[in-house]
Every structure is written in C-alpha cells, then in structure tokens.
Design a binder for this molecule. Structure first.
Ligand code: C5P
Length: 439
C-alpha cells in the first residue's frame, strides 16, 4: 500500500468493531497503524483491543499530559501519511465539516497535511438527512474522500444506505486509488483539473506515495448515475429475452469513478458481479424497470453514463403462466422500449451524458450519428462480433467520439484499465464543459 503510516480514527457507532479488523488488514498491507478513539467509540470497543492489534499505544484524549509528553498531537499529525476515520459518525462528520477541534481526532484532522479519508457509518435516515448530506458535500469539496457508505441491513434493523464499507473493501480502495492531498480551502468541485494544485509540499514523501498520489479530480464530489448490464424482457414467468452483456465495463467504470471521488449510483440489470466498493447499487430486471429507476433518480445528477445493453423491444403481452409447447408455431409480438439515454439527454439542464455504441460495422460513423441523434456529450463505441473484444470478454477497445467530432481511440486492454482511460477522457470533457458553462 502507498501509505506506510496510517492514523486510524475510530468514532462512536456499532461499526467501531469493524475497525479492529481494519487495523489488522492495514498492518497486513504493510502500514504502521496508530489509533485515535473518540470518547463515544470507547463505549463500543475497548482501547486495549486496538493497542493489541496495532502494536502501538492508543490515543484517547487531547489534554492527556502523559501522552502529550511522548508523541504530542502535532507530532502525531505530522507523522500521519493518511488519516483514515472508520467509522465516521454523523456527529464526527458535522464537527469536521464545521472545522471544529473539540477533541483529539478533530484537532489532528485540522493539524495534518495528510489526506483525510472517511468511511461513514450511521442509521440510513441520519445519512439521508440534508444536514449530513450537506456536510458530506462540504467535506468532499475540500478534498476529503468518502468511501461508502454501503447499503444493506443495519444494526438498528432498518435497511438502506449507511453501513460502513467492509474493512477489505476500504483497504482495497486505498490501494487501488490513493487519496489526493488535503487541499483545504479549495472548492475542488468547481475548478478545472489544470487549476488544482498537486499534493501539498508538506505531504510526507513515501517512496511510492510520490508517484501514486493523484491530483484532485473535477469529478470529486460530483453525482454520477451509471447504467450497466443487460436487461431481461419477460416472455412468461420463467422465460425472457436477454443479451450477452456481462456488465463488466459498467461496473469497472463505476469503480473508476469512485476512485476519482465521485458519488456513484449504479443501476444494473442482472449480472453475476458483486457491487463495487463505495457504489450505491440498484438492481433491476427489465428495460421498463431500468427506465423508471433512472428517471426517478436523475434529478441532481451531474453525469449520466449509459453502459447498459438495454433491450430495444419487449414482449407486448407476457404470458401470466408458463407457455406450453402445444402449438407448432409461436409468435411473440414485440413493442419498442423507451430509450433511457435519449430521455436523459433531452432533459432541460440535464447531466453531462456519455453513451455507448456496440456496432458490427462502420463503427465511427454510426457512433457519431448516434451521438447527434440522441444529443450526447460523448460516445464510446466498440466493434462487436469481431476479434477486438466487446461483450462477455475481459479485454475491450473503444473509439471515443466527442460532441465537437474529436475522436480518441483507446487500444485493446483489460476492461479495468480501459475504464480508467475512459474516465480520464470523461474528466477532461466534463471539466471543459463546466468551464464554458461558468464563463
Ligand atoms: O441506440 P443504441 O441502443 O445503439 O444506443 C446505445 C446507447 O443507448 C447505450 O449507451 C445504451 O445504454 C443506451 N440505451 C438506453 N436505452 C435504450 C437503448 C439504449 O439507455 N432503450
């Protein structure tokens, strides 16, 4: 892992027990870990647990003369190459957003030049509260990176968004996309990539950190809705019309976008893939369900990326019971499905739209026609049916076409790398469009 000295902050919440496993995993990934607990965290897990797992004394108090006589809080803030708070409670996020320094953890977060990463964990209603959402946005705009929360069943018995990401997913996210520097005071969401300063000079110089720490992205804090996978159009309760899309490209893109600090909502047709870390996943089956899920959530999205292979037609009258093979011939009447991407692109003040086109011939020409017809900002086209990748494969090649007709070919490569390359182009085009809209 890029970070060799991790300061792990544990705030109060039932997910504090997961921080014990996180400590173990961070050490296994090669980091030295020092733990700071808030007062509330100590009600959930004993400090001794973290002392044993981290192999270092655990810090609890700002005004502890004995502890301050050793490594004082300013030294500790300088020592950290990364400040990771997991779980980050609603209260802690509020105090951080307000810039308070009323306990050791918030003081350290202000006193450090290291990147700050939070793994929020709270009741789903608390997470959805406008106050928490505003705090999250404010923190992200200052360059703080949020990992999660994930959705699922909660300790309080409710279901929704608010679970802390699993420790393995947090460590994986830190390894695959190290956080940007703590660019306090800059509104990262509203300035172009070229204006953003690289990691601060005071940031500690780990050998591998220097090359792997990216500058903050213009996508940081942006809301992105991604569609992925195939759709299934019911013929009867047991049969459907489907297609060969695996969903890999869309899931890889969702992951790459999270890596740039975006908040990603993934609306996916049926796939065998697990939810990427840090992504909110909504599962659907048919094109009509996908249409409804997208249109119901599109307000407030900054970008819309349509990778889904949506069926163009559905069965007009799916049979309510299993169709028996009595007749020699069977005719299915198909009707057109709504075009989700075109509908989103036609919205007044709609998001930046990226479409995909799978073509078997005259790929560039057809993709450009599609971009114009649907009114998109960008389209990524791939040739299917040939040796160059496409559906159900690990590798793919894309030709990216912009609104102004510019063409960027992306060579055959694994889908995860291709997703990063495509995200670079999306970042650039999105920043350019935002710059023209602001001027
Ligand atoms: O027109 P065509 O289906 O080739 O366009 C492909 C693009 O449009 C993809 O980005 C796909 O996700 C999107 N699409 C959609 N809804 C449809 C059909 C396609 O969002 N009903």
């Amino acid at each position: 892992m890029a970070y060799r000295q991790v300061l792990l902050g544990v705030s109060g919440g039932i997910a504090a027990y997961k921080a014990a496993e996180l400590t173990r995993r961070l050490r296994a990934a090669g980091a030295e870990v020092r733990v700071v607990m808030t007062r509330a965290a100590q009600a959930f897990v004993a400090p001794l647990t973290f002392q044993a797992l981290s192999g270092n004394p655990v810090r609890l108090d700002l005004l502890d003369p004995a502890a301050e006589a050793g490594m004082d809080h300013i030294e500790l803030a300088r020592w950290a190459e990364l400040v990771l708070v997991a779980p980050a409670s609603a209260d802690l996020m509020a105090r951080l957003a307000a810039g308070m320094a009323d306990d050791l953890l918030t003081t350290l977060s202000l006193a450090t030049a290291a990147p700050l990463v939070l793994a929020p964990a709270m009741n789903q209603q608390m997470w959805r509260h406008p106050a928490t959402q505003a705090n999250a946005r404010r923190l992200e705009e200052r360059g703080v990176r949020l990992l999660g929360p994930a959705s699922g069943e909660q300790a309080c018995g409710e279901v929704g968004l608010g679970r802390m990401l699993e420790p393995a997913a947090i460590v994986e996210a830190l390894i695959s996309a190290p956080a940007a520097g703590n660019l306090t005071g800059k509104d990262l969401g509203h300035i172009a990539a070229t204006e953003i300063a690289p990691a601060t000079e005071t940031a500690p110089a780990a050998d591998d950190l220097a090359i792997s720490r990216p500058t903050a992205s213009p996508l940081a804090g942006r809301q992105v809705l991604v569609t992925a996978g195939p759709t299934r159009e019911a013929i009867d309760p047991v049969r459907y019309i489907g297609n060969r899309s695996s969903g890999r490209m869309g899931y890889a893109l969702a992951q790459a976008l999270v890596g740039r600090g975006a908040r990603v909502l993934l609306v996916s047709g049926p796939t065998a893939l697990p939810a990427p870390a840090g992504v909110e996943l909504v599962r659907v089956e048919s094109a009509l369900e996908m249409h409804e899920a997208v249109m119901g959530r599109i307000a407030g999205q900054d970008l819309f990326v349509a990778t889904a292979a949506v069926a163009d037609y559905r069965v007009a009258d799916p049979a309510p019971t299993k169709i028996k093979k009595g007749q020699a011939e069977l005719t299915l009447r198909l009707v057109r499905n709504p075009d989700i991407l075109a509908a989103v692109a036609a919205l007044p003040d709609g998001p930046f739209t990226v479409g995909f086109a799978a073509e078997t011939e005259r790929v560039e020409e057809q993709a450009l026609n599609k971009l114009r017809a649907k009114g998109l900002d960008m389209i990524a086209a791939n040739r299917v049916g040939g040796p160059q990748g496409g559906f159900e494969r690990e590798d793919n090649a894309l030709t990216v076409i912009h609104r102004d007709g510019r063409v960027d070919p992306l060579a055959l490569m694994p889908k995860a790398r291709l997703a990063e390359a495509l995200t670079d182009l999306i970042e650039e085009a999105y920043a350019a469009r935002s710059a023209t809209q602001d001027s």
